[in-house]
Design a protein around this ligand. Sequence first.
Ligand SMILES: O=C(O)CCC(=O)C(=O)O
Ligand SMILES: [Fe+2]
Length: 281
Amino acid sequence: MKLGEESIQRKSEISLHYKPLHPELYVLQESFLAAEFLEAVHFCQSPHASLDGLLNFLDSIPGKRIYRLPVFVPQFCKDFVEELENFERSSLAKGRPNTMNNYGVLLNELGLDDAFITPLREKYLWPLASVLYPDWGGSCLDSHKAFVVQYSLDKDLDLSCHYDNSEVTLNVSLGKEFTDGNLYFSEMREIPANERRYTEVEHLIGQGILHRGQQIHGALPITSGERWNLIIWMRASLVRNKLCPMCDKEPRLIQTVGQGDGFTVTDKEVRAETVDVCAVL
Ligand SMILES: O=C(O)CCC(=O)C(=O)O
Ligand SMILES: [Fe+2]
């Protein structure tokens, strides 16, 4: 089957046959978002927006350009996990989140992109990323891949060291209850492995971590319970069209259907309709 076609088929089956438990979650509402998150976004949209000023609204890992802030209110996290569990229980076909995580949900296939993740990126994450990561395409993020990862003792426990196929990533802890499973971050991927130092970052439910996709990171094993996190890999075609972040070469693009990897052939063409061949060879 052509690249992307299976995903389109799954998405269409889901939209025909899946009955959401919480249909109201499929359209982003400001009431889902934490007050601190809204304040930080408003600051970024104000005429006196600056990195120094924004740091008053965020926790930052010194020297790492990794930031944490509340994103969702607790009720949203609870309802959202319930919705994902309900979907997991359905017999509908499910795609894997990415090449590393075996368990979780592709939010595009579940029908959450258009009215939830895209407005979240455009209205809220874009102002934050443009202040935090202007040098990493933060001000020209134009597509994303969003998924939820799930860890438990009988599923995946941890995630090995990697970098993301993104310019900027948001990782929000959704619950449920678990012990350990901290994220760890080191330097950007060009730093040789023997020179890397790792810093652990704890999950706080409802809170999100913003980081550059090319910063090496992974997740330690959980030792009990169940962990669900929402991951949004945000892409800037202006950045990745010049150099593929996965293989460091000028991308050689091939046509695909569906989501693609955020490259564009020309600025006028519909975004995300191509993938770099490095992702498929
Ligand atoms: O386990 C996590 O929360 C991290 C997931 C992650 O880094 C990824 O999917 O790119
Ligand atoms: Fe990652």
